[in-house]
Design a protein around this ligand. Structure first.
Ligand code: NAG
Ligand code: NAG
Ligand code: NAG
Ligand code: NAG
Ligand code: NAG
Ligand code: NAG
Ligand code: NAG
Ligand code: NAG
Ligand code: NAG
Ligand code: NAG
Ligand code: NAG
Ligand code: NAG
Length: 838
């Protein structure tokens, strides 16, 4: 199974590691040294290759062949990379003659530059050189899963897709910039059937071979795997025992996200001895290339992420999936100008579709951490699969709870609180810890055996000091029939993820319900009137459900943590004329593969699958769907894929009502209202409809370039990053040909044009719209016939009728007589009207 492309990089990595430690001993004594990302004015390789390509297919051409297919281009001369690296070395040598410094990476494909450990003085000497375009201090990034237990309490789950996709995505390679992968997981095996399943020819990546990522780890499914850690190692925070100096996933996040997009079909999800059905990736026959740049113990750094992206593009991936966002908004004239987004711009130029998680910093406005119009930004929504359970008390009260645990088969068991079942030699009876069931030796088995043990879920569980796993061990040691966790009053407001349990169990997430439960328990105790000792435990209860899914109609719903628009254009929070997020996708309570040595979640440690929540889980759903679109329409540009996913997104939930958005961290299901485009972008992704979009809004690299040039004061930064000078013609944000209209500021009136391209049958479209509050809208034409392959310009006039600083929203719909519906959200952040006399 081993690929011929595998190459032993063990020595290289070790040398780098040792070298870095050594250099650090010398350099890091100077407190001021830092990693800087230095960009040179000379264009990177990809600009050269794809400029030639674009010229061969001028974008004014009205046929479908406008979509260039980078696969047919020889991507990179293997010698060019080492040539560029030598140029970088000699520049450093010249500028920092005789001084100490450490070059970590040379980038040559998407950006021409390098990452280097230097002092601020050395950095400024570098930035003074005429060859140097840009010097940026490296910054940290993080994964976008929230794995703390404060997540939404409704126990929900979703398998990405079941059935029907047995060849889905074959030939498409998705590159994951994440925490690596567990190559032994059945979701990534390639011997499920005997059918030919070749590694796509356009992919040229390799697999590192190390002790924890041995030869044979890669196969026809997992076609590439590397890791990038130089910036982290240089900082001295890389922990080899947790982080693995290899593509191996010591965290779990990367294994999870890769399997959401590309995991094999029909892999049984068995967790805590329970079967939760079969899992499947969205594009189960697509191929996986892993570029590990995020780590369990510290997250990641831009210098490593850029190296990973640069490599992925060079290797020929079709799609890049990033479930990571920067920790802080990038400084400068606009958020778009940061090394990661600029590298991704070149990737898009090379035909690679780029998906990024929106971030988990919602629900406040402007909280989104994915900025640029060439990146497809995904928010998180709930799905309709719910694992609910409940506890039925002896007084016939029914309390609903959380827990992926079996029920007690309608049998009622006696309830015994841990605090009332201490063993004789247990002192300090008032210690809160005793109620948490973390130590069986403190408890009296005689009282607990055969009964339901009551434990308190305290702040220590939230902090990970006490665990459900340990409480279950305690219960099993004492032969309890099951466990009931009630919420300690200090934990009010926290929301829980469903937690797997291998004996009957339930967590009562609500503080009020917990109070009701304890009242029933305490009032049922029989006490000796003289000693006040308990003589009988009178309370009984049975636990129902917990492992069988049921389906709710109030889904999808935008999760409170999903980051929101408007897209911050800069640090003064001006809104960009760009819609973010682009869509929402399932991100809450998602079952997917877990690394056998993944330590990110205590509750799922050692399990093969885990249920996780976050925009991290939403982004790979879109990466997988994009693979299906790319497979059906190989010539689609990244913007065309984005358009197909956007214009077809759904606006209604299963009830047929508008999709709701949670708007508060506490009681999110009470604090909700209909989702706006700044909550959900174009809507909730509809996979079926996205594969048959009818009309496409295309946008080219040149358009993005003109857009960047249209930003006030951007010309020098654009030149620095792209080596191209801004011309006289620039493009305003609202004029980018996106499948949405977003106006950060509407100064009385504005006209924008949109051009659609028909990739469907001949069709007649009727145009309808609803105007944002305080704005009048007119679209022309209101009806048009369009033949296959033809284009149509739509002109949209917006005119403010009221001053208003609150964002308002509308929508344009194109309704085709062949069944295509094309959906264009309108958002206006700020409106101004002239004086009537003007
Ligand atoms: C662009 O490069 C020039 C020349 O190196 C430098 O002086 C300037 O600060 C850079 N501008 C930005 C915005 O990075
Ligand atoms: C590295 O991780 C291991 C295992 O988690 C831990 O025991 C050790 O203390 C860590 N080392 C450092 C330097 O943090
Ligand atoms: C799950 O997959 C297994 C094979 O891996 C198959 O036997 C079983 O029928 C599948 N179950 C469902 C519900 O699809
Ligand atoms: C409930 O019934 C199932 C199947 O009959 C059995 O496997 C399980 O052990 C029972 N659980 C309890 C707690 O009695
Ligand atoms: C605990 O003490 C009581 C009374 O002193 C005694 O009856 C009981 O057997 C003891 N239980 C254990 C487990 O030692
Ligand atoms: C779970 O929730 C669904 C939808 O809210 C409901 O129809 C079902 O009866 C519930 N099941 C249990 C076991 O509580
Ligand atoms: C998704 O699209 C398909 C095909 O256009 C349509 O039949 C279906 O109703 C859509 N689903 C939702 C939830 O809008
Ligand atoms: C709005 O447009 C008017 C007319 O073009 C112009 O005078 C005014 O300065 C503009 N205001 C802003 C805030 O751009
Ligand atoms: C929009 O398109 C129309 C017709 O193609 C053209 O006349 C007009 O100048 C365009 N307007 C803008 C704002 O680009
Ligand atoms: C589409 O329309 C064009 C122009 O009216 C016509 O020539 C062509 O035959 C039509 N195609 C189909 C499949 O009807
Ligand atoms: C905008 O609306 C105002 C009335 O609110 C009207 O006087 C004006 O003519 C309109 N302008 C355009 C360009 O439609
Ligand atoms: C809207 O606001 C602008 C700028 O503050 C002001 O000049 C104009 O008179 C206001 N128009 C209305 C109708 O209030």
């Amino acid at each position: 199974m081993g690929l011929k492309k595998e190459k032993n990089e063990l020595n290289f990595i070790h040398i780098l590691f040792l070298l870095a430690s050594f250099v650090c001993i010398i350099l890091c004594q100077d407190e001021d040294t830092g990693v800087y990302i230095v960009t040179l004015k000379q264009a990177p390789a990809a600009h050269f290759y794809f400029t030639q390509l674009t010229k061969k297919h001028p974008s004014k051409n009205t046929s479908l062949s406008t979509f260039h297919n980078p696969r047919n281009v020889s991507r990179s001369d293997p010698h060019y990379g080492s040539y560029v690296a030598r140029v970088h070395d000699s520049l450093l040598k010249k500028v920092l003659k005789g001084q100490k410094y450490l070059k970590l990476y040379s980038y040559h494909y998407l950006i021409n530059g390098f990452a280097v450990l230097v002092t601020p003085g050395q950095a400024s000497r570098l930035s003074g050189r005429k060859e140097v375009a840009n010097v940026v201090l490296d910054y940290s990034v993080r994964t976008t899963t929230t794995h703390t237990p404060q997540f939404l309490g409704l126990p929900q789950g979703a398998w990405p897709l079941e059935g029907g996709f047995d060849s889905a995505g074959e030939g498409i390679v998705i590159g994951f910039i994440d925490t690596g992968i567990d190559p032994t997981h059945p979701s990534f095996s390639d011997n499920l059937d005997k059918n030919a399943y070749p590694v796509p020819q356009h992919f040229s990546g390799i697999c590192e071979v190390t002790r924890d990522f041995p030869s044979g780890s890669c196969n026809r499914k997992l076609v590439g795997a590397r890791h990038f850690a130089a910036s982290a190692i240089t900082r001295g925070i890389f922990n080899a025992s947790q982080d693995y100096a290899s593509p191996f996933d010591g965290d779990g996040h990367g294994t999870h996200t890769a399997s959401i997009a590309s995991g094999n079909h029909g892999i049984p999800v068995c967790v805590a001895g329970q079967l939760f059905g079969n899992a499947s990736g969205m594009a189960p026959r697509s191929h996986i290339a892993v570029y590990k740049a995020l780590y369990k113990s510290f997250g990641g750094f831009a210098a490593d992420v850029v190296a990973a992206i640069d490599q992925a593009a060079q290797d020929g991936v079709d799609i890049i999936s990033l479930s990571i966002t920067p920790n802080r908004r990038p400084p400068g004239v606009a958020t778009f100008f940061n090394p990661i987004d600029m590298a991704l711009l070149t990737a898009v130029k090379a035909g690679i579709f780029v998906v990024q998680a929106a971030g988990n910093t919602g629900p406040g406005p402007g909280s989104v951490s994915s900025f640029s119009p060439w990146i497809f930004t995904v928010g998180a929504a709930s799905h309709d699969r719910v694992y609910n359970n409940s506890i039925c008390l002896g007084n016939n009260l029914n309390i609903s709870g959380v827990g992926l645990a079996p029920g007690s088969n309608d049998t009622a068991y006696t309830l015994v609180s841990a605090t009332h079942a201490l063993s004789n030699d247990t002192a300090a009876k008032d210690d809160m810890y005793l109620g948490e069931c973390q130590d069986a030796s403190l408890l009296n088995q005689d009282l607990i055996a055969g009964n339901l043990l009551i434990c308190s879920y305290s702040v220590r569980f939230v902090l990970g000091v006490s665990t459900i796993k340990q409480a279950l061990e305690t219960a099993k040691n004492l032969s309890a029939a099951g466990v009931v966790f009630y919420m300690d009053p200090f934990v009010i407001g926290f929301q829980l993820n469903p937690t797997p349990m291998d004996i009957p169990g339930i967590i009562i997430p609500s503080a009020n319900d917990s109070k009701v439960f304890l009242q029933y328990y305490n009032s049922s105790l029989l006490r000796d009137p003289i000693t006040n000792n308990i003589v009988k435990f009178g309370a009984v209860a049975s636990i129902t459900g917990g492992v069988k899914p049921s389906y709710t109609a109030s889904a999808p719903k935008v999760m409170y943590y999903s980051a929101r628009g408007p897209d911050p254009e800069d640090n003064s929070l001006n809104a960009a004329d760009i819609l973010k997020p682009n869509v929402v996708a399932p991100g809450n309570s998602i079952w997917a593969a877990w690394s056998s040595l993944g330590t990110q979640s205590i509750e799922f440690q050692g399990e093969e699958f885990a249920m996780m929540s976050g925009t991290s889980m939403a982004a790979p759903h879109i990466a997988g769907l994009a693979a299906l679109i790319k497979k059906k329409f190989p010539g689609f540009s990244p913007a065309a894929i984005a358009s197909a996913l956007s214009t077809t997104a759904s606006l209604r939930d299963k009830n047929g009502g508008p999709i709701m958005a949670q708007r508060a961290y506490s009681n999110p299901d009470v604090n909700q209202s209909p989702a706006t485009p700044f909550d959900m972008g174009s809507g909730f992704v509809n996979a079926t409809a996205a594969l048959d979009p009818g009309l496409i809004f295309d946008t080219s690299y040149d358009d993005y370039f003109s857009f960047l040039c249209g930003i006030n004061g951007s010309a020098p930064v654009v030149l620095n990053y792209t080596s191209q000078s801004c011309g006289v013609s620039t493009l305003d944000g609202p004029d980018l040909n996106l499948p949405s209209i977003t106006l950060g500021k509407l100064n009385q009136t504005r006209s924008v044009n949109r051009t659609v391209l028909n990739i469907g049958p001949n069709e007649t479209f009727a145009v309808g719209w609803s105007a944002p509050y305080g704005v009048s809208v007119k679209v022309s034409p209101t009806r048009f016939f369009i033949t296959t392959g033809d284009r149509q310009v739509l002109t949209v006039h917006l005119n403010a009728t009221l001053n208003n600083t609150a964002a308002t929203y509308g929508r344009i719909g194109l309704f085709g007589d062949q069944g295509h519906i094309v959906n264009i959200p309108i958002s206006v952040v700020l409106k101004r009207t002239y004086n009537a006399s003007y």
